[in-house]
Design a protein around this ligand. Structure first.
Ligand code: SF4
Length: 330
């Protein structure tokens, strides 16, 4: 049995879990909001530890990390469980399969070795929220880093600062799933009343742990596409994470109005000074924001660095931030 590591004693009977920002309080036999943690006599039992919901080998670009080890092969892996109530309603991976035969266990060391065997340059936690699998993710990142693999998370950043600080020494990159920039957006698309802690975690990952961060936002018409909200969101990316932080904007649903929202968001991001803005089109190249020289091409799922040397545009010699080394930039 695996038990939670980030636990705070409250009194003789109650303890709280500090893996995600819900900070659930448990008494005996209580279940956490994520449905993956249960209090027993020994602590908080992890129901999903090592149970793998999906695993795939493919290009890192598939996880919206486009300035991060371009064109490298990555092992993408994940488990069951989400922290956001909205994800519980939309995803079949919010609950463990009821039948034991459908539960696949993969030891963290075996997963790290699998990445090596498949000649993957890195490992990305891409399915399910990493906060609710914190202990396994920590084991996996530590072992993968020891094997000189890069590590990354696709996350809504609902981790606590303590959880981030546990993962930080072994973490290279984050794709931040940012649902909007208002109480209303997070209430509707996340189901959480308080969301600004997400911003603090992302900024700490970038500034303290020197992680590469890219931001992904799925726009929904009349939900999270208000002009002032988008301006505030873009301003936070620019000021909190840096102008070279890529922002990926995707339509959250079909329809001409959402497509127009994506176009408007791109315009706002350009006006606000973000250097790298990507939409839903296939084969989008990366161009130098200073001279428009092509830096990275992307065709049929294959990315090629064609115009950058030593993190500098080969034409205008301006500095371009691209993460291609296991050594973290300071
Ligand atoms: S991971 Fe989050 S939702 Fe799950 S028990 Fe811990 S604090 Fe609660």
């Amino acid at each position: 049995m695996h038990t939670a590591q980030l636990v705070i004693n409250i009194d003789n009977e109650a303890i709280s879990c500090a893996a995600c920002q819900w900070r659930c309080v448990f008494r005996l036999n209580d279940t956490g909001r994520c449905l993956m943690r249960v209090r027993n006599a020994e602590g908080i039992e992890l129901l999903n530890y090592g149970l793998i919901s999906a695993a795939a080998v493919g290009p890192i670009e598939g996880y919206r990390l486009w300035h991060f080890f371009p064109d490298s092969k990555v092992l993408a892996i994940g488990s069951w469980g989400y922290a956001f109530p909205a994800d519980h309603q939309r995803s079949p991976y919010a609950r463990l399969p009821p039948n034991d035969r459908n539960r696949r266990y993969l030891d963290a060391e075996r997963a790290a070795n699998f990445a090596l065997e498949k000649l993957c340059r890195g490992v990305v936690w891409a399915f399910g929220e990493p906060a609710v699998s914190y202990e396994y993710v920590l084991d996996l990142l530590r072992l993968s880093r020891a094997a000189s693999r890069y590590t990354a998370l696709v996350t809504n950043a609902y981790l606590t600062p303590e959880a981030l600080d546990g993962l930080g020494p072994y973490l290279d990159g984050i794709c931040l799933d940012l649902r909007g920039f208002s109480d209303a957006s997070y209430s509707r698309l996340g189901g959480v009343p308080e969301w600004r802690g997400i911003l603090d975690v992302a900024v700490r990952a970038r500034q303290h742990w020197h992680c590469h961060v890219e931001v992904l936002t799925r726009l929904h018409h009349d939900v999270n596409d208000d002009i002032e909200e988008l301006r505030a969101l873009v301003g936070w990316i620019r000021d909190g994470l840096g102008v070279q932080t890529p922002w990926h904007i995707l339509p959250g649903d079909a329809g001409a109005k959402t497509a127009a929202s994506v176009a408007r968001a791109r315009r706002i991001a350009h006006e606000s000074g973000l250097h790298f803005i990507y939409g839903p089109e296939v084969n989008q190249p990366t161009r130098c924001p200073f001279c428009q020289y092509t830096l990275i091409t992307r065709e049929n799922g294959v990315a090629r660095i064609v115009g950058i040397s030593s993190n500098t545009c080969e034409k205008c010699m301006q500095e371009i931030y691209l993460r291609t080394s296991l050594f973290k930039p300071r």
